[in-house]
Design a protein around this ligand. Structure first.
Ligand code: UDP
Length: 196
């Protein structure tokens, strides 16, 4: 379906299954091509208006989904368009791990030290996920390249980046070519939830 523009930002009218279908194609058919995913919420739009790198990361994303009802409502109100649904980061992460986790590696990046390991262990237990790598989310800019190369060398097909917004979006955008993972999603608090 055709991309929409909401308050100057792109938005793809897809629901969870539609988004997962697109991302599955990237994971399976173009494993050497990087793609980023932003799950848009109203706070992102407000913040990105005065944060140019964040705005650029959203505009450069290959898929932009509605994270919640706020975006669904705004799209109806401002564009007169009914979105087919929303596709939050947590739901996308779980759906992709269910579909492909046993065959295609997942990298868990973010959250406090220890949480990514726990989230990965739970994902292995629940969905049989093949864990490509884990790293906590409290590294500074000077370590970005090292972390990006760790992700690259892991050969992951799915990167779950839970660094909080806008750090996760700008990190994915800046290092996308280096990491070269076919699906990289900024997933907010997902690793904390997975870890339980
Ligand atoms: N986080 C991180 N590094 C940071 C800041 C946050 O890894 O420098 C993690 C945090 O531990 C949590 C996730 O990012 O697991 C989401 O954080 P938050 O709820 O603040 O983000 P948002 O609600 O903006 O997505």
């Amino acid at each position: 379906p055709d991309r929409l523009e909401l308050m100057g930002f792109p938005l793809d009218p897809v629901d969870l299954q539609g988004a997962a279908n697109v991302l599955s194609t990237w994971m399976l058919e173009t494993p050497r091509q990087p793609h980023t995913v932003v799950t848009l919420n109203p706070e992102f739009i407000v913040q990105a208006r005065s944060d140019e790198p964040f705005a650029r990361a959203i505009r450069a994303a290959d898929l932009v989904t509605a994270d919640g009802v706020g975006i669904v409502w705004a799209t109806k109100e401002l564009l007169g368009v009914s979105l087919p649904g929303r596709a939050p980061g947590y739901d996308l992460a779980v759906e992709l791990m269910r579909r492909h986790g046993e065959r295609l590696g997942v990298f868990f990046l973010g959250a406090r030290p220890g949480v990514a390991e726990l989230a990965a262990a739970k994902a292995r237990e629940s969905f049989g996920v093949k864990v490509a790598g884990v790293h906590h989310g409290y590294f500074d800019l000077a370590d970005d390249q090292r972390v990006a190369e760790l992700v690259r060398d892991s050969g992951a097909h799915l990167l779950l980046a839970a660094l909080g917004a806008p750090r996760q979006e700008t990190f994915l955008q800046y290092w996308r070519q280096v990491m070269n993972v076919p699906v990289m999603i900024g997933v907010g608090g997902t690793l904390d939830v997975l870890a339980g």
